[in-house]
Design a protein around this ligand. Sequence first.
Ligand SMILES: NC(=O)c1ccc[n+]([C@@H]2O[C@H](COP(=O)([O-])OP(=O)(O)OC[C@H]3O[C@@H](n4cnc5c(N)ncnc54)[C@H](O)[C@@H]3O)[C@@H](O)[C@H]2O)c1
Length: 255
Amino acid sequence: MSFMEKFYLKGKKAIITGGAHGLGAGIAEGLCEAGAEVVIISSSNRCIEAAERLTKAGFLAHAVQANLMKREEVEEGFNKALGLLNGKIDILVNNAGIQRRHKCEEFPMEDWDDVISINLNAVFQMCQLAGRVMLVNGGGKIINLASMLSFFGGFTVAAYAASKGGVAQITKALSNEWSGRNVHVNAIAPGYMDTEMNVNLVNDESRNTEILGRIPIGRWGTPEDMKGLVIFLASTASDYINGAIIPVDGGYLAK
Ligand SMILES: NC(=O)c1ccc[n+]([C@@H]2O[C@H](COP(=O)([O-])OP(=O)(O)OC[C@H]3O[C@@H](n4cnc5c(N)ncnc54)[C@H](O)[C@@H]3O)[C@@H](O)[C@H]2O)c1
């Protein structure tokens, strides 16, 4: 095998949460372009349209609707996705996530619970479900979506910062236990990305100017920007990278 062939994902089977739009859609498309078969799990029926779009483009893609805020649906959704992949999973991307903004003193605990349940609890549960299969089947690649808020506390985003700090920590904890058994766990920390999650920031002229001024590359990130690192981390070319939290941020963190 030539070294470049290590990047190919032909024949690999992948599950991605929240891959219907935003960064997840770019990630799902990237995995497909590299040759993988994907199942997109999301709470809305937009995952069905997303899988149809990929199938029409000639890729192998499926959809499973599941609300990852509910613990029993995480397991049900995973099992349905695994069934569509004939019981095999090589790649898991935990991408689904939500944001809720409130001052700390006013943060409603319901919103706190929602953020933690999708952004952190469901991530660990999906890792556990996929890891159990991967450990028995000889290996796999798990990629979690962290954030700049894995490093910073931010303002008005306490639950999100707590959840993404947690994602970075469980990525390391899982990697410590599983990398020696060929299950590689890493995280990607996107910077400021132009998706539905940030629509208010993009449309707020003064915040937008402030944010762009802080990004050395001088533009917001896009779903397309996610593809290179995801394909690399999903491939055997990255086997010696374990428990890493890698920024895709146009240089934001370095500034
Ligand atoms: N956009 C950014 O600037 C940015 C920066 C850092 C990290 N991230 C992270 O990247 C990931 C994707 O973010 P995005 O900007 O594409 O967001 P987005 O809002 O565009 O997409 C979020 C995805 O999560 C899914 N989702 C939300 N709630 C769900 C639920 N209960 N059950 C199942 N699926 C659910 C949605 O269906 C959607 O596909 C998130 O984990 C986010 O925290 C985003």
